[in-house]
Design a protein around this ligand. Sequence first.
Ligand SMILES: C[S@@+](CC[C@H](N)C(=O)[O-])C[C@H]1O[C@@H](n2cnc3c(N)ncnc32)[C@H](O)[C@@H]1O
Length: 350
Amino acid sequence: MQNFDTIQEGKAIVKVAVGKISKELPVFYNPIMSLNRTISVLLLNTLSNTKMQLADPLAASGVRAIRFLKELPKNKISSIHINDYSKDAIKSIKENLRLNKISSSKFKLYSQDANIFLLESFGFDYIDIDPFGSPNPFLDSAIKRLARDGILAITATDTAPLSGTFPSTCMRKYWSLPQRNETMHENGLRILIRKVQLVASQYDKALTPIYSYSTEHYMRIFMHCEKGKKKVDKILKQHGNYNNAGPLWLGQLWDTTIAQKIASSAKKLSYINDQEKKFLNTIAQESKIDTVGFYNLPKICKKNKLTIIKQDELIKRIKSAGYKVALTHFTNNSIRSDIPLPELIKIIKN
Ligand SMILES: C[S@@+](CC[C@H](N)C(=O)[O-])C[C@H]1O[C@@H](n2cnc3c(N)ncnc32)[C@H](O)[C@@H]1O
């Protein structure tokens, strides 16, 4: 006998199955992903776009779409299309929409394979691909139906291949060699971005990351879509290798203004905790520094036989030498900076 619980996430109330978080739940709901959904709401709020057509092709309990309906300003959404091929999920979505008193005129509900749902549509301004594991099976149809100036949001929970645990799987699925080193999560995110860009390039669509991160068991990217051969060629020129991994995306991971807006709006939210606010603030700070990769201080100190100095002190010294510096959200004891390595070593030595 399956037990259910009614919980609040953001401004949504949802009835969810209780049990070990796995694909085996009758309807999937993972509370750890509440930050993932909150960031989607915050990101959509930073955009000036109004009257958007939104798609949630892998909706499960419907919590993400319900949060969009309850937390985004009314003029942001023209229509929201919610889909899941599981009959149990559709039952749960209907129940959750009722619980949140959302009128049936506000959404359209489908129960199809996500690719068919996408391909039979007229296209969307925002598509959120949030699957079990790899987003690969849905990339082609999502990109085909992504409108000009649209946003594609992608979650990947198959982080082991992307971050170098299974290199041959990564080569097969993401057409790139990962590495198991200190920048493995950033490399993995960049490998995923390149893969999505390559699929998009077939359709003359240029996808630029506007907000990306890696945390917990997943990677997440939001990409802005433009059309045109020249724009695509510009994207493809920014593929290359880094730290023995690649090919991967060597361009910006964030639009700085969007990253700042997300962090500052998050500060005002009562339902996200201090740790999450700090996480978003770290991303906002590192988004100001246009570098690929970061410096892992213990590794640099060990290799160069240096004594580690306090992070605050080091940051002060780098700034007074005229360089940009910030912590990175990817891992601890690491800094993102435009300082060249020999200069950094000199500063630590002094
Ligand atoms: C990880 S869950 C989605 C979680 C949800 N987006 C959220 O924020 O809570 C993946 C969902 O995709 C559905 N699904 C998996 N493959 C599908 C497919 N090919 N077509 C439609 N739905 C699919 C599953 O039934 C499951 O509910």
